[in-house]
Write a protein that binds this ligand. Sequence first.
Ligand code: NCD
Ligand code: ZN
Length: 351
Amino acid sequence: MSADRIILRRPDDWHVHVRDGDMMKVVLPYTAAQFGRGIIMPNLKPPVATAADARAYRDRILAALPAGMSFTPLMTAYLTDGTDPHDLAQGFRDGVFTAAKLYPANATTNSAHGVTDIARIEPVLERMAEIGMPILIHGEVTDPAIDIFDREAVFLDRVLAPLLERHKTLRVVLEHCTTADSVAFVRAHAASGRIGATITAHHLLINRSDIFAGGIRPHLYCLPIAKREAHREALVEAATSGEGPFFLGTDTAPHALTAKESACGCAGCFTAATALELYAEAFDKAGAIDRLEAFASLNGPRFYGLPPSEERVALDRTPTKAPDLVLLPDGDGILPFRSGETLNWRFVGVV
Ligand code: NCD
Ligand code: ZN
C-alpha cells in the first residue's frame, strides 16, 4: 500500500509523561496536538499517589493546555507500599483514576517510592481485580544480579506470570514492552481479554546497537533499554498485526538536555514532538500503514472500555524535519528524538 495521505480516527497515547510546571507547559502542546486522550504517568516528585493528588495534577494539566486544544488527561495512581485500597477504589469510582501504575522500586526514573515487593500490595491488587481497575506495569526486575537486557524477560517469569495466576480477573497492561518474550507472553494470555501491552515508537525504530552507533548516544537511552534487532522485529510484527492487546503508548519521557548529557544521564526519549510521524514510519517500512489505525486508535479504547474517537487526523507522506532543540524557560532545552533529521511522514492535524 502506498497511499500518500492516510486518515485515521484520532489516536490516543496510552503512556505519556507530561511532567509538571514549566516543562509541562513546553511538552504538553505536542501531545495534545496529536492525541485525543493520554494515560498520564504519575512519576512526579513527589508521586501522584492519592486521588487528591490526581485531581490536583489533572487540574494543572488542564490549566496548562493552550486555548482551543482538546485533550483529555486520564489519570493514574502511583502505587507505593502504603497505597490505601479505599482511596484507590474511591478514586476509580469517582472517575479520577483510570488505572494504577506499578513501578518496582528503583526500576526507572522517579520510582524510588515504588513497590518494594509486590506481596506488600496484595490487598490493593485484590481490590483492583474486584472493581476492574487496570494495573499498568513497568515490567522489569530490579535485582542487580540480572543483566539490564534481561530484566524484562525475567520479570515475566518471576512476577507477571504468578500475578496473573493469583488474580484471575485482574486487568493488566505490560507497559512499553521491548522483547519477543513479552510479545509471546501477551499472546499466550490474549484469550482472557485482560492483558494489553503498549509499544513505543522508539522501540519500533531502534535496537541496542543504535545506542552505541559511533559513540554513546544518551538521547537513545531509555528504560526498558532497547534490545537486539530480533526483538525490535518482534515488536514491529506485533504492533502491525492488528491484534487487540497491542496498542500505542509513546512513553515520551522528556528530560532537560543537561540531565541527559551527563556522566550519569537520565533514562527517557522525548518523542512527543513527532510521535505519529515516527509510528507511521515504522508501520510504512513494514508495509502495514493500513494497520496503524487499529494500533493507534482502536485497540487502546477497546481495552479500556472507552469509545474510539469520532475525530479524524491525517498524515501525509511528505519529508519533514524533526524539530531542533525545544527550549525551556530556564535556558536549558529538550532534544527531540531524531532531532534535525528528515522524517518521511508529516502530521497534518485533525481534519
Ligand atoms: C521514564 C521517565 O523518564 O519518567 N523514563 C524512561 O526511560 N522511560 C520512566 C519510565 O517510563 O520508565
Ligand atoms: Zn514511562
